[in-house]
Design a protein around this ligand. Structure first.
Ligand SMILES: NC(=O)c1ccc[n+]([C@@H]2O[C@H](COP(=O)([O-])OP(=O)(O)OC[C@H]3O[C@@H](n4cnc5c(N)ncnc54)[C@H](OP(=O)(O)O)[C@@H]3O)[C@@H](O)[C@H]2O)c1
Length: 268
C-alpha cells in the first residue's frame, strides 16, 4: 500500500490539526457563553448570518454532516478490497464498530428524530469538515496502522467491551430523549428519566465519549488518529454538557433532580 506510506505526513498533520482544533474549541467553549447553534441552542434571532440566521433542518443536517465519516472508510476499504481479508481479527471488529456507529448516526438516527431544532449552516459546515477529516483519519488508521490478522490482546477486548457498553448506552439515551416527545411536530422539553440520565444531564454525550475511549483503547498505540478523535470529541461534548445541565436547572428549577451531574456521574 504505497500511497498510504506516501501520505503518512498528511496523516500526522491532520491528527495534530484535530487535536489543536479540539483543545482550542474546548477552552473557548468552557471560558465563554458561546454555544454551537443547533438543537436547543439554535436561534435565528439576533445572530450574525454566519452564526445562526442561515440554517438547515435537523434531519438533513445530521444526515449530510455525518455521512462522510461513514463513506470515507468504506471508500478506502473498497479501493483496497483485493488486499483485505474479512476475518474475525481485532482490526475487522474495530472497523465494524466504527462503521456501525456512523451507520446509525448518519442514516438511522436522523430519520427517527422527533421535533429536532434547526442547525446553523456554519455548525453544519464545521461538523461536515470534522467528519470528512475524521473519516479519512480513522479509515487510514484501520487500513495502514492496525495489522491484519493480529492475535487478540487484552486491550482489544477491554476497548471493544467499553465501546459496546458506550454504544448501547448512547443508543438507549438517544431513544429515551426521543420518547420524551409524542410526535415529529412536538418540540417541547421534559426532564429525561431513566438509565444514565439518573446520574448526568448529558447522558448521551457521556455514553458517546465512553464509546470512543473504548475504540481508542482497542486501537492501542499504533496510531495517533483514534486518540485525536477522542480528545476532539470530549473537548466538544463536555462544555455542551455543562451548558445543557445549567439550562435544565434554570428551566425546571426545584423539580430537576439535585443529585444529577452534568457529564461525569457523581463528579462533574
Ligand atoms: N462525536 C461528537 O463529537 C458528537 C457531537 C455532537 C453530538 N453527538 C451525538 O449525537 C447525538 C445527538 O446530539 P445532540 O447534541 O443533538 O443531543 P441533544 O441536545 O441531547 O438532543 C438530542 C435530541 O433529543 C431532543 N431532546 C434533547 N433533550 C430533550 C428533552 N429534555 N426533552 C425532549 N427532547 C429533547 C433534541 O431536540 P432539540 O433539537 O429540539 O433540542 C434532539 O432531537 C448524541 O447521541 C450525541 O452523543 C456526537
Amino acid at each position: 500500500m504505497e500511497w498510504l506510506e506516501d501520505t503518512e505526513a498528511l496523516h500526522e498533520l491532520l491528527c495534530w490539526g484535530l487535536i489543536a482544533f479540539g483543545v482550542a474549541s474546548g477552552i473557548l467553549l468552557l471560558c465563554s457563553d458561546l454555544r454551537a447553534p443547533y438543537g436547543r441552542w439554535f436561534s435565528s434571532q439576533q445572530q450574525a448570518w454566519w452564526w445562526g440566521s442561515a440554517s438547515l433542518p435537523a434531519r438533513a443536517a445530521w444526515m449530510t454532516q455525518e455521512l462522510p465519516a461513514l463513506l470515507f472508510p468504506l471508500y478506502m476499504a473498497a479501493s483496497h478490497s483485493q488486499q483485505l481479508q474479512l476475518q474475525p481479527d481485532p482490526r475487522t471488529c474495530i472497523a465494524a464498530a466504527f462503521l456501525l456507529h456512523y451507520t446509525n448516526r448518519s442514516l438511522i438516527y436522523p430519520l427517527r428524530l422527533r421535533g429536532g431544532k434547526r442547525t446553523a449552516l456554519t455548525v453544519w459546515a464545521m461538523a461536515a469538515l470534522f467528519c470528512c477529516c475524521n473519516g479519512f483519519l480513522q479509515g487510514w488508521c484501520l487500513l495502514a496502522h492496525l495489522p491484519p490478522g493480529a492475535a487478540w490482546a487484552p486491550h482489544h477486548v477491554l476497548g471493544l467491551g467499553l465501546w459496546a457498553a458506550g454504544c448501547a448506552a448512547n443508543m438507549h439515551c438517544d431513544s429515551l430523549l426521543r420518547n420524551l416527545r409524542q410526535s415529529t411536530g412536538d418540540t417541547g422539553y421534559k426532564i429525561p428519566r431513566g438509565g444514565l440520565f439518573e446520574y448526568v444531564s448529558a447522558a448521551n454525550y457521556a455514553a458517546e465519549s465512553l464509546e470512543w475511549v473504548g475504540y481508542a483503547i482497542a486501537c492501542g498505540t499504533a496510531s495517533l488518529a483514534p486518540w485525536a478523535f477522542v480528545l476532539a470529541t470530549v473537548c466538544n461534548l463536555a462544555p455542551r454538557a455543562r451548558s445543557h445541565h445549567a439550562w435544565y436547572k434554570q428551566r425546571f428549577g426545584a423539580a430537576y433532580p439535585a443529585s444529577r451531574r452534568a457529564f461525569i456521574p457523581y463528579v462533574w
